[in-house]
Design a protein around this ligand. Structure first.
Ligand code: ADP
Ligand code: MG
Length: 399
């Protein structure tokens, strides 16, 4: 069902509650990566330009006790938002109460305010994270409309997304532009992909990705597997995996996935091995049939990159989750770079990265603008790829 987006709502003169994802990394009170704030600007600017009164809010980290009140305050983020927008952002150091209500009442058309970290409501009884009915109702009472642009928390049913949406009134919730893009690309790839759909799965563990593999075994035309998870599959095939990372308790599962894959799963043919988990240790390329007992596989090898490149050439849709090797170390980043290059050369395909580390890898390796879409939500994109319904998305009004 198509969801309403911000352009479907008449925001002029309305109090617009806006759930953004300003859960940015901070160090000593300073923002170390403001990408999430930048990503929210189009939706905020659109509503302000149309004469809406924006009441923005987000969570920041986990809030466990009162020692978090200073380090998890949204105040520095509100200040940075103000600089980026070039207009004042009134910051209210509270998540409820008379000061907040007065600020909302004083807000004029085209003005913006922010209130404090929604998870400050977790201090007494996890009201935000457990979607306390009173809290969602209270926040909804502050506004006329609700825009949800926080894809990163869409896999959670919290008061600041689902709680507000279920209390703001029928038809009054819409996705922001960022959320819309996530739904369009990831939702589109899983639900109605242009074929062939080729999935690339890697990363650390099979166990993290079981749901994704199972869903994509049904939906995708091919699944290329790299990363540490390949060794659990090799073990399932009876190969020697040396000191490589293997999840012994997932070997049977890997076996059954291979059996029901109907040849859709394509495994690497060579791997880069080393005696140590270190960029400086000697390393070499070996066939996956001859991994030495005292070595571990840390990347896919060049023949595998060539094989994956050939497989990808015909793709119309590519979904990628999980790096091909230990890309954090330059000597084991070549597989991930090779796959990035293969995808960058596809001119006629929709290409999507979902997954925190894979997104970080593509960005840090210089391929950020080569993909159709790089998801902003690690956990949320993983659950979306598993075919799960995301409560944050579901709670947005239908068109
Ligand atoms: P994502 O966040 O994209 O879903 P994961 O969290 O599943 O990805 O996995 C990322 C991690 O997997 C990276 O830190 C990377 O170093 C590690 N990794 C990839 N290949 C290997 C390997 N062969 N051996 C050990 N670790 C690996
Ligand atoms: Mg990860």
């Amino acid at each position: 069902m198509a969801k309403k987006i911000v352009t479907d709502l008449h925001v002029n003169g309305k109090k617009v509650l806006m759930r953004v994802d300003f859960n940015v990394p901070m160090k000593d009170g300073k923002i170390t990566d403001e990408n999430r704030i930048i990503s929210a600007l189009p939706t905020i600017k659109h509503v302000l330009d149309k004469g809406g009164r924006v009441i923005a809010f987000s969570h920041l980290g986990k809030v466990k006790d009162s020692s978090d009140l200073e380090s998890k305050s949204m105040a520095p983020i509100a200040a940075r938002l103000s600089e980026l927008l070039g207009k004042p952002v009134t910051f209210i150091n509270a998540t409820r109460g008379t000061e907040l209500e007065a600020a909302v009442a004083n807000l004029k058309d085209g003005e913006i305010m922010m209130f404090q970290n929604t998870r400050f409501e977790d201090l007494e009884g996890k009201k935000e994270s457990k979607n306390d009915p009173e809290l969602g109702k209270y926040w909804a009472s502050l506004g006329d409309l609700f825009i949800n642009d926080a894809f990163g928390t869409a896999h959670r049913a919290h008061a600041s997304n689902v709680g507000i949406a279920s209390n703001i009134g029928e038809g009054n919730t819409a996705a922001g532009f960022l959320m819309e893009k996530e739904i369009k690309f990831i939702g589109g790839a899983v639900d109605a992909p242009e074929r062939p759909l080729i999935a690339i799965l890697g990363g650390a563990k099979v166990s993290d990705k079981i749901g994704v593999i199972e869903n994509l075994l049904v939906k995708a035309d091919k699944i290329l597997i790299g990363g540490a998870m390949m060794f659990t599959f090799f073990k399932a095939l009876g190969k020697n995996t040396g000191k490589s990372l293997v999840e012994e308790d997932k070997v049977e599962l890997a076996k059954s996935l291979l059996e029901k894959s109907n040849g859709k799963i394509i495994l690497p043919i060579d791997t880069v091995v080393s005696k140590e988990f270190s960029n400086d240790a000697p390393h070499s390329v070996v066939s996956v049939d001859s991994i030495p007992n005292d070595e571990m596989g840390l990347d896919i090898g060049p023949e595998t990159v060539a094989l994956f490149t050939k497989e990808l050439a015909s793709a119309k849709t590519v979904v990628w989750n999980g790096p091909m090797g230990v890309f954090e170390m330059a000597n084991y980043a070549k597989g991930t770079i090779g796959v990035c290059e293969a995808i960058a050369n596809l001119t006629n395909a929709t290409t999507i990265i979902g997954g925190g580390d894979s997104a970080a890898a593509a960005i840090s390796l210089g391929f950020a603008d080569k993909f159709s879409h790089i998801s902003t939500g690690g956990g949320a994109s993983l659950e979306y790829l598993e075919g799960k319904k995301l409560p944050g998305v579901e709670s947005i009004s239908n068109k």
